[in-house]
Structure formats: C-alpha cells, structure tokens
Design a binder for this molecule. Structure first.
Ligand SMILES: Cc1cc2nc3c(=O)[nH]c(=O)nc-3n(C[C@H](O)[C@H](O)[C@H](O)COP(=O)(O)OP(=O)(O)OC[C@H]3O[C@@H](n4cnc5c(N)ncnc54)[C@H](O)[C@@H]3O)c2cc1C
Ligand code: FES
Length: 286
C-alpha cells in the first residue's frame, strides 16, 4: 500500500515510507522549562500517528534517539517534547527554528482509546504523549482525571493545554510536586491511590519514570482496573530487529511502547526491576 501525501490519502502508509528517514525543518521551538523544550515540525506520516507512538530523531553528527509525539495534528503539524539529559537530547534542545533534524516513524503501538471514567497519570516529561491522548479521550470518555506529578513547580508542563483539554469534558486535574511548591505535596501515585479508593475507574493510562509506572501497575492490579503504560528502553532499529529494547519476550519498539496490564504481567520479573544497557547487559533499575 502506498501513502500519497498529495491527496492526503487515508490509505495506510507502507512500512518502507515509515522507516525511511525524512529531513524536516523546525518550525517552532518553545522553552517549557530549564531542561525541557518542545519542537514543532511538519510531517504527513506523523499527522496520522496514534497517541503513544514515537519517532526516531536523528540529530546530525550526534545520535538518533526515540522521542514520543507530544502533539499530533491531521495537517501534519507535529511536536515532540524533550528533556535534556545527555548529549543527543541536549543538542536537540539547543536547535533553533529553521534548523533540520531527521525523523523515522511513527513507530510502535500507541494507546487504545477507552470510554467511561478514565485516569491519566504523567510523571515529569511523561506527560508529553499523554497530551494528544487526553485530547482524544475528551471525545470518547465520560470523565477524565488528569494527574501530573513533578519534582518541583519549575518542572510543570502544559498547564494551559491541560486547562483547555479538561474544559471540554467533566474532569478533574491533579498536580503534585515532590517539594510541595505547587498544589499537592508528595508523589502522584499516592494521590492516585486515594482516588482509586474513592472512585471506580474504567482505564488508567500512564507514562513517566518506570518506578512510578510500576507503582501505578500494582495499584491497577489491586483495584482491578486495566492499565496502559508507555515504556522506555534502549532503542536502535525501532522496528523489532536488533533486540536492544527487549523486556522479557517483548520488544518495546514493536510490541509497545504502550503495554497493557496483561503484557506487563508477562514481564513482571523485569518491569520496574531490570533493563538492558547500551552494551546489552541486563542492569538493575535505579
Ligand atoms: C519510546 C520512547 C519514547 C521516549 N520519549 C521521550 C520523550 O518524549 N521525551 C524525552 O525527553 N525523552 C524521551 N525518551 C527518552 C529519550 O530517548 C532519552 O532521554 C534519550 O535517548 C537520551 O539520550 P541522550 O544521548 O541525550 O542521553 P544519554 O547519553 O543516553 O544519557 C545521559 C544520561 O541520562 C540518563 N538518561 C537516559 N535516558 C533518560 C531518561 N529518559 N530519563 C532520565 N535519565 C535518562 C542516562 O542514564 C545517562 O546517565 C523516550 C524513550 C523511548 C524509548
Ligand atoms: S529497538 Fe531494535 S528491536 Fe527494538
């Protein structure tokens, strides 16, 4: 099957076109906080992505890294939100409007949109892929509880966008900061537990540090709520060939990055506990 961007076709894109690197120009770069930036570019294939899918971003002369889509629009206007932690992500965050990057994708399985009473729990930059998800959920769900947990007020992201999306549906927003500088002091998972005790949810979506998602998985199991979590692993090929992203029998790039409760149960010896490092050695998670 061929993708024909000229006709804005609904024919599914071929694997070759998804995996082919496209050079895109940065249309906008926005500083979100001292370590985080959102960059926007135009790409027809990303315009058809599912929330939770990711792209491999080539930063010329540095590296190629996986980043989830934080903004998806049918016209192809796409954004990614990057936390500068190392060489590649920091170099990406220094890029300015008009500079170029390469992208492959979108790859992997995104979130499955649910109905009913849904809880969305983001930790740090993990709120990124949960934004286009929430923008879809407001069209299908009855109620949305959107929770964002960060270390400190300065790390909060997308406050205005969260306000806008939540104004479209019966909703509740919860912000937690570990140092108590904004709204509720403490961990987002503690507040989520209180909410799970008091209300019946139909689906939990989560993305963030793995320890946080592991805690959400345990809570979801305890309260009998299905969960979808977006996992991070070392990635190279992004198409299920190299094995860098292995967790149990699953490959996060192809089977995930969004894994369901059932899939997470099948890898519970590793989820929240171990990951492969750059050399393929299994290392303990911090
Ligand atoms: C499917 C998927 C989606 C992702 N989506 C996003 C996204 O939307 N936004 C985003 O900012 N990142 C995202 N990441 C993580 C991103 O790919 C890594 O942060 C990036 O590869 C780091 O590369 P680097 O060369 O800058 O840092 P490296 O040199 O690889 O790492 C530098 C240091 O930072 C640590 N580190 C690496 N990754 C992380 C991390 N994720 N969090 C904290 N510390 C880390 C390393 O252990 C090391 O100590 C995603 C990863 C995957 C697998
Ligand atoms: S990144 Fe190569 S198999 Fe997943």
């Amino acid at each position: 099957m061929q993708f024909d961007s000229r006709k804005d076709s609904v024919i599914p894109a071929s694997f070759e076109s998804i995996n082919r690197m496209r050079i895109v120009e940065l249309l906008e770069t926005k500083v979100e906080n001292c370590k985080t930036k959102t960059i926007t570019f135009n790409d027809a294939l990303c315009g058809k992505a599912t929330p939770g899918q990711f792209v491999m971003v080539w930063i010329p002369g540095v590296d190629e890294i996986p980043i989830s889509l934080s903004g998806i629009n049918p016209d192809g206007c796409t954004s990614i939100t990057i936390n500068g932690v190392g060489d590649a992500s920091r170099t990406l965050n220094r890029k300015q409007k008009g500079e170029i990057i390469g992208i492959r994708g979108p790859f992997g399985n995104g979130f499955v949109i649910s109905k009913g009473n849904v809880m969305v729990v983001g930790g740090g930059t993990g709120i990124g892929p949960l934004m286009p998800l929430s923008e879809k959920l407001v069209k299908t769900a009855d109620k949305l509880t959107l929770m964002s947990g960060v270390k400190s007020q300065e790390n909060l992201l997308f406050l205005e966008r969260i306000d806008n999306v939540c104004s479209e549906i019966e909703s509740e927003t919860v912000f937690t900061t570990e140092d108590g500088t904004y709204e509720i002091a403490g961990f987002v998972t503690d507040k989520a537990e209180t909410m799970l005790t008091n209300d019946k949810f139909d689906m939990i979506y989560t993305c963030g540090p793995e320890q946080m998602m592991y805690k959400m998985f345990l809570l979801a199991e305890q309260y009998g709520v299905p969960l979808q979590a977006s996992l991070e692993r070392m990635m190279r090929c992004a198409i299920g060939l190299c094995g860098s992203c292995q967790i149990g029998k699953l490959r996060v790039c192809k089977d995930g990055p969004v894994l369901t409760s059932e899939q997470l149960r099948s890898v519970k010896e590793e989820f929240g506990k171990f990951r492969l490092d750059a050399t393929g050695n299994k290392i303990k998670q911090q």
